[in-house]
Design a binder for this molecule. Sequence first.
Ligand code: TRP
Ligand code: MN
Length: 480
Amino acid sequence: MRSAILPKRYVTCERRTSRTTCPFSLSLTRLNAVSDWTPGSWRALPAEQQPAWPDEHALELALKRLSSLPPLVFAGEARALREALAGVAAGKAFLLQAGDCAESFYDFTADSIRDKLKVILQMAVVLTYGTGKPVVKVGRIAGQFAKPRSAPSEVVDGVEIPAFRGHIVNDDAPTPEARRPDPSRLVAAYHQSASTLNLLRAFTKGGFADLSQVHMWNQQFVSSSREGQRYETIAGEIDRALRFMAACGIDLLAEESLHQVDFYTSHEALILGYEEALTRKDSLTGGWYDTSAHLLWVGERTRQSSGAHAHFLSGVGNPVAAKVGPAATPEELVALCRVLDPGRQPGRLTLICRMGAGKVGEMLPPLQRAVQDSGHPVVWACDPMHGNTFVSDGGRKTRHFDDVLAEISGFFAACRSTGSWPGGVHIELTGDSVTECLGGAEEVLEDDLELRYTTTCDPRLNARQSLDLAFRVAELLRAG
Ligand code: TRP
Ligand code: MN
């Protein structure tokens, strides 16, 4: 089907219009480039958002070191995620992608990883139980270090210093020394990812994620709240269901799926040297896989279909995603789909929309129709965070929980109007009791932002707001 469709469009384009005006012509140039793809072929293309590393030699050494280190994930796992996402694309499952905006070299403890996982497991339980559909669990974790910036530098106390680009590049302290891009951080990020992933694998496969532990994921400060009690009700029902199955003679111990979860990792593929160094050839299939995470995405600022980031992701076998903001045009998006999903393969490409609560209703349907017409079986996911950020009167970057919910409702409505499956949500959260986003059942007010505001980048939902959100999403899915 693919070879039947692509050449036809090619011919139509070539005959009708010049390369600069035809929306498909760029991706045609790309298609040629893809056949020459290597992990380093992105270097010939314009790459946005790359740090100005001051020491080339140190950079080379760091990248060389990285390329000699073991992979963090296996190709077979990435393929398993792609298959799970194919289920989402077909409307049979739901994607929960969640974690930090930016992981930090400082906030790196077993407790913080465990508590983040607890919230994600709670959300997954609420969604699975509430909808009766499998939930594909993907963390923004174990590699989510790099941040794109709107300007390469900022002025602090009259001094111009490089912008903070995430701990994989520089330190967040506002001094020229701290902000100097340091390539040894690439290697440090790898090692922190490896330890994080190790703990996640232990937690998800070693008993912690067992459904019999469902009460234990309800942290104390959550369980006393309204959302926490609602969760306890579900947890109690799951206990009963398990006892019922055991009474019916089903050997629960033998049912592996009750005792563990498949938990996948993801991050924005921003620093391309890092991603290149961790890209390896799979011995089984001979294909290239970026072994830094199971799923990689391009951000709103780096998703140009002719740019280096899309080119890099076009050549790896992992499932990939792209953030899609309100400025995206249908032509642009279809061109990007052709680069990232030339094989029209279910599960290969997820489009994560981040329009803003006020824009999603108007902007999303035309994009969905264009992608539908193009025949790419994408997963549609909603990032209700990044289009709803504003600065409070006190100068804190924040988001209002009501706007987050409003964007999710708008996303569901848009999907309903175009006949697309609302496949998932993409959330920035933490397991802690932070006060970074406003609102929620026990309202966080503007004055509260000062209390526990610990993010190194964007404001995250706290554990209670996250759980509350899962209940709302489950309700929307049931109503759909
Ligand atoms: N393995 C199943 C799943 O991932 C059931 C399951 C086990 C589960 N532990 C869980 C579901 C924790 C959600 C949360 O769906
Ligand atoms: Mn963010």
